[in-house]
Design a protein around this ligand. Structure first.
Ligand code: FE2
Length: 225
């Protein structure tokens, strides 16, 4: 069993500072340009959802940061596995599925806020309990984790990646709708379906048809320890 109990021991000890240099150092660990821009877009989508459900300004900022650093655990996984063109072996896939826990451990070393660590370690937990690393279900998953999972899925669906072509925004929204209550929190799905801001951001900055350069938002409004 993976130990994920450490967040509860250090709640409230984080500081907000403006440090784009520190952020850059962290993001560089993600290594791949594709993943770098993916992480920044996920931060934008996570903050849009957080704002739409009425989270405070500080929580919205933390969700944005959680999106930016959500895949930091990949920095601790061998390039041979990450860059592999053929299908992964069962053992390799097990390593890949460990990236949320690796991310949690890295962020804990940097004293990131508890909400951010919780979101990162839970960003592949599915609403029906079929996700990983712990197979948490429904309200066992923090709202931070539920938001981040949805934000990442939307960006993955609407982006051109090394593994698949981008869907249209409408097709992505339909897929997400079909996974409400199974993969995703149904209440959050309704928020995403109603959010004009998600689609607008995607059209301007996320979708390959936007021609965006990846300069998505300033880095000085994030929570960094
Ligand atoms: Fe991930």
């Amino acid at each position: 069993m993976i130990n994920v109990t450490l967040f509860s021991s250090r709640a409230g000890n984080s500081l907000r500072i403006k440090s784009s240099e520190r952020l850059f150092n962290i993001l560089i660990m993600i290594r791949s340009p594709w993943r770098y821009y993916h992480c920044k877009r996920v931060g934008a989508y996570a903050s849009i959802i957080a704002n739409a459900i009425g989270m405070s300004k500080d929580q919205v900022r933390r969700m944005k940061t959680a999106g930016v650093v959500h895949d930091i655990g990949f920095s601790a996984i061998n390039d041979r596995i990450l860059d592999k063109k053929s299908s992964l072996t069962t053992e390799e896939y097990t390593y890949v599925k460990f990236h949320p826990v690796l991310g949690m451990r890295i962020l804990d070393c940097y004293n990131f806020p508890q909400e951010i660590i919780q979101a990162v370690v839970q960003h592949h937990e599915s609403f029906d309990g079929s996700g990983y690393p712990l197979g948490l279900k429904g309200s066992q998953i923090s709202v931070y984790g539920r938001i981040l999972f949805l934000a990442e899925a939307f960006d993955t669906m609407t982006s051109e990646t090394p593994y698949r072509h981008a869907s249209t925004i409408d097709a992505a929204m339909q897929s997400i709708k079909g996974m409400a209550g199974k993969t995703f929190d149904p209440d959050l799905v309704n928020v995403v379906l109603d959010s004009q801001e998600m689609s607008t951001f995607c059209l301007k900055k996320g979708h390959p048809t936007s021609g965006s350069t990846g300069q998505l938002f300033p880095t000085d409004d994030l929570y960094l320890p």
